[in-house]
Design a protein around this ligand. Structure first.
Ligand SMILES: Cc1cc2nc3c(=O)[nH]c(=O)nc-3n(C[C@H](O)[C@H](O)[C@H](O)COP(=O)(O)OP(=O)(O)OC[C@H]3O[C@@H](n4cnc5c(N)ncnc54)[C@H](O)[C@@H]3O)c2cc1C
Length: 477
């Protein structure tokens, strides 16, 4: 490396205590935490500041999901006698422009405008790679004894034959379409595929969703089945257990040849959206040069302190290939900064990590599924309560969903909670706290819950382990 490239980038002749690669949610969280600890930090961003969540992930998807949900609710008012409402979606481009404004606003207030608040964070733009003793960004050599990799992930494009000849959409480009297609084929039944399939269907697009196993394959099968029924009832075509053979262009768009049910089939649509998962951004980081190992799936290997196989280098967020949620990126990055600067005192713990799929009804989970618990050798009991047993759902005339609890058989300790319900996202946190506190289902059942709330379903599901709640009077138990 030349002399000039050895210049630190602070401009004041000092080196940094910490270099953070990637200025998304994890990168900002790590840099801010390090600054709070009094460290001199180099934060290196490449691409749009703020990363995935604010620009192309959580924020744009959730505002559009809310918009189409509001639109859909007009029809849903027919559940109540004497009400008729009508909504018209007449300008999709306007909705996209409004979404872009929100994204820009939040990017500014939650990322760009924060930088001047922390005068020990130096922001540098450019693609960084690792070098022993620091990081290289273009001409700059940044010297830092500790580095955190927070480079996120990108949409994975599976090697389906013909895929390179097809102008496919990813979640990023789909959320930016100025015009709605007539029909859309969504490949992938994970959370992004499910959320976007319902979003576009509610906007009036003819949607087919295909997946190799079933919707939300890592979740509880009861929830997957019930969500599939909801989708079908809304007019979404769901094809599960499908093997993708070949994809190609047609005069009217795209066609996917599949093998399913012992035969073959052809699924056609105007556009195709690939939503089969995301892969960590590790290319060009030169991991090998600094002794940082990756998994077979290309995620950075970390220990419980989020230390990589090079003990001066940490990694957090999507690049670690697990718990790919923004709050986990922020949590992990803060923990990595603490450990890098203060000596590995903190351990990463995702055992009470809630997760939400923003379909309607929402899917919300925390802890172990029944299958995961059994895989771990635990003996479990489960309780499944249909939403039709929850007074809130009866009053709302919307009983699409269920609660499922998983408990350790002998002690009754709550191991997992899984909800499919319209307000499931806001209900799951109660279960997260219960699991974090090591509560048993009996203790959960003994807790006071307010009447006519969705979260009351947790209490009823806990009671269901030992009794038939349909034989209880209102609020009894
Ligand atoms: C459609 C969609 C919807 C989602 N919805 C939700 C949701 O509702 N709730 C939720 O919790 N999560 C959601 N997520 C997931 C969430 O967005 C991610 O988990 C989170 O943004 C990951 O943060 P990160 O900091 O690890 O990565 P990112 O935010 O992606 O940040 C990484 C940054 O590093 C940059 N970079 C890459 N390589 C380099 C390099 N060599 N040098 C410098 N910079 C580099 C990238 O350009 C990027 O800016 C969603 C994701 C998608 C795609």
């Amino acid at each position: 490396m030349s002399d000039s490239s050895e210049q630190p980038a602070t401009g004041n002749g000092t080196d940094f205590d910490l270099a953070v690669i990637g200025a998304g949610s994890a990168g900002f969280s790590a840099a801010i935490r390090a600054a709070e600890l009094g460290a001199q930090v180099a934060l290196i961003g490449h691409g749009t500041i703020g990363g995935t969540c604010v620009n192309v992930g959580c924020v744009p998807s959730k505002t559009l999901i809310r918009a189409t949900e509001a639109f859909h609710q007009a029809d849903a008012t027919a559940r109540f006698a004497g009400i008729r409402a009508e909504a018209v979606l007449d300008d999709w481009a306007k909705l996209i422009a409004q979404k872009d404004e929100l994204v820009a606003e939040l990017r500014d207030s939650k990322y760009s405008q924060l930088l001047p608040e922390y005068n020990t964070i130096a922001y540098l733009e450019g693609a960084a790679h690792l070098k022993n003793g620091g990081v290289v960004v273009g001409e700059h050599r940044i010297r830092a004894p500790k580095v955190i990799i927070a480079t996120g992930s990108s949409a994975y494009i599976p090697p389906i034959r013909g895929i390179d000849e097809v102008p496919y959409l990813t979640s990023t480009t789909a959320l930016d379409l100025p015009l709605l297609p007539r029909s859309l084929l969504v490949i992938g039944g994970g959370y992004i595929g499910c959320e976007l399939a319902q979003l576009f269907s509610r906007a009036g697009v003819e949607v087919t969703i295909v997946c190799r196993r079933h919707l939300l394959p890592e979740g509880e099968p009861e929830i997957s089945e019930a969500l599939e029924s909801v989708f079908r009832a809304e007019g979404i075509i769901v094809r599960t257990g499908v093997t993708y053979e070949r994809i190609g262009r047609t005069d009217r768009g795209v066609s996917l040849s599949v093998a399913m049910d012992g035969g073959t089939g052809l699924i056609e649509a105007e556009r195709v959206l690939i939503a089969v998962g995301r892969r960590p951004n590790i290319h060009d980081l030169d991991l090998v040069g600094v002794g940082v190992e990756e998994t077979a799936e290309g995620a950075i290997v970390v220990d419980e302190h989020l230390r990589t196989t090079n003990t001066d280098i940490y990694a957090a967020g999507d690049v670690t290939g697990r718990d790919m949620f923004v709050y986990m990126a922020a949590y992990g990055a803060k923990l990595a900064a603490d450990n890098a600067l203060n000596g590995n005192a903190r351990r990463y713990d995702a055992s009470a990590m809630p997760s939400v799929v923003f379909t309607d009804p929402q899917v919300a989970s925390v802890g172990l599924t029944e299958a995961e618990a059994k895989r771990q050798g635990l003996t479990v009991r489960t309780s499944v309560l249909p939403l039709s047993a929850v007074p809130r759902a009866l009053a709302a005339r919307d009983t699409r969903g269920l609660f499922k609890l998983v408990a350790e058989a002998e002690s009754g300790e709550l191991l997992g909670a899984h909800i499919l319900a319209p307000e499931g996202a806001d209900s799951i946190q109660t279960a997260a706290l219960a699991i974090k506190q090591g509560m048993s289902y009996v203790e959960l059942a003994d807790t006071i819950f307010p009447y006519l709330t969705t979260v009351e379903g947790l209490k009823l599901a806990a009671q269901t382990f030992d009794k038939d709640v349909s034989r209880l009077s209102c609020c009894a138990g």
